[in-house]
Design a protein around this ligand. Structure first.
Ligand code: LLP
Length: 434
């Protein structure tokens, strides 16, 4: 499942000791395993082998150039949501012709850029966007490839902030309206109706919501595909990962306590969906982000202080919510392990917190942890997805360094941000200068 293991008492990433990386590059430090990335991509690729398919990695999960290149070398395309992301694809050596462009707020400039680069399809989220794409394409004398994002109104049973496929959400076009929108789109002469798309949510740990959503849209897809000669059907991303292997439960409410067992393997996903999709005879796109990169990354941090208040044991570390916001934002669970394991089984119930001046700046609450002290290192596991990409400079903290490990090699794929860079482009207006 991933390549972070103890060798003796030391946590390794593939064949490299994480401690050796920390000594060289300091903390907070993101460490990614190239083998885990490739392995997850290939497992999905193999599971979908019976279908003509394309994996468009949802790069919002982790857009480091080295991660991107690993996946484009394997033949992957990308799900992008901004001009910036598409520019990153190009910078990392990816192919814009294997990119789909999602998002509810595409600007004219973004549409123009994507059209000039020849992207595979726009995943369209509203009728107004359709008109805008048609207009921009007309101006450039091009036909824009589009797919309408169907909102199937199926509850994915995941955290509210990452549910996207119900009518409570801003995404897509309501199931009942889709046919009419395609009919109107077919009259717009600068559009090519290339396919249809859906995405119901993220961190789904059960196959049923996918099954339900596909079942619901299948008759519509079949009908429209025939009518408009579609080339593809994108079933979105959302495959969940294991955040806490210790918990044996079918409960997907990972944000409440911890997460579920690996119920949703690529094999299970494919076994259910492939037979439903195969008769369509369409190319199937999927847009996984977390599944590919989530367990392929850790965030390493140094213990600065251990402080006991009246009630609690606080382990104060040098990483913070600006480095990994998921616990603060979603109450998400990340397993925390020491870089050097000791033989004692004794644990101390601890809150692991960062130095930022917010009570929300924590990584774990009341977590049984081995006894640690100043100068020890801890690793937050499953931090590869929606980790570094959601980092900020809050409290004027520079962003962490990132390392990619490949067997016994390790490369610094993004240096620690010097703090001066944070304010380098700010200026003081003349009237304030005395
Ligand atoms: N496709 C679309 C249209 C999406 O909106 C998303 C994610 C994906 C694919 C990829 O989903 P994945 O396979 O990674 O589940 N920051 C949150 C997750 C936000 C997901 C947003 N959309 C977190 O840390 O849990």
């Amino acid at each position: 499942m991933h390549d972070f293991h103890y060798v003796g008492n030391k946590l390794n990433c593939e064949l490299v000791s994480v401690e050796s990386l920390v000594k060289k590059f300091g903390t907070p430090l993101y460490v990614y395993s190239q083998h885990t990335l490739s392995d997850h991509f290939q497992k999905l690729d193999q599971a979908l082998a019976p279908l003509d398919h394309l994996i468009c990695y949802a790069m919002k999960a982790n857009s480091n150039a080295a991660v991107m290149r690993t996946l484009s070398n394997l033949g992957g395309g990308f799900d992008v949501v901004s001009e910036g992301e598409l520019r990153r694809v190009i910078a990392a050596g990816g192919d814009p012709r294997k990119c789909v462009f999602a998002g509810v707020g595409k600007t004219e400039q973004e549409i123009e850029f994507a059209l000039r680069k020849g992207i595979y399809s726009f995943n369209v989220e509203s009728e107004a966007e359709l008109l805008r794409i048609n207009k921009v394409a007309g101006r450039l004398n091009k036909k824009a490839p589009i797919a309408i994002r169907v909102n199937p109104n199926v509850d994915a049973g995941t955290h509210a902030k990452i549910t996207t496929g119900t009518y409570e959400n801003k995404f897509g076009i309501a199931f009942e309206q889709v046919e009419g929108v395609y009919a109107r789109a077919s009259k717009l002469k600068n559009l090519r109706l290339r396919g249809i798309q859906m995405h119901i949510g993220s961190q789904l740990t059960q196959v049923q919501p996918f099954e339900l959503a596909v079942k619901k849209v299948l008759p519509l897809v079949t009908k429209l595909a025939k009518k408009y000669k579609f080339e593809f059907f994108s079933i979105g991303g959302g495959l969940g990962i294991v955040y806490n292997p210790a918990l044996e439960s079918g409960d997907s409410a990972w944000w409440k306590s911890a997460s579920a067992k690996p119920i949703l393997t690529p094999a299970r996903y494919a076994e259910t969906l492939v037979p439903m999709l195969q008769p369509l005879g369409l190319r199937i796109l999927i847009e996984p982000g977390r599944f590919i990169v989530g367990n392929a990354g850790i965030l390493v941090t140094r213990v600065e202080y251990v402080k006991r208040t009246g009630k609690k044991n606080f382990v104060i570390v040098d990483a913070a919510m600006n480095d990994l916001i998921r616990p603060a934002f979603y109450d998400s669970y990340h397993q925390i392990v020491p870089l050097t394991r000791n033989s004692s089984k004794a644990t101390v119930s601890s809150d692991v917190v960062g130095p930022i001046c917010e009570s929300g700046d924590y990584f774990a609450k009341d977590r049984p942890l081995p006894k640690v002290g100043e100068g020890d290192f801890l690793a937050l596991l499953s931090a590869g997805a929606y980790g570094f990409v959601m980092a900020s400079n809050y409290n004027s903290r520079g962003t962490a360094a990132e390392i990619l490990v490949n067997k016994n090699q390790a490369a610094l794929v993004r240096p620690r941000q010097p703090v001066e860079e944070i304010w380098a482009t700010e200026s003081i207006p003349a009237w304030l200068k005395k």
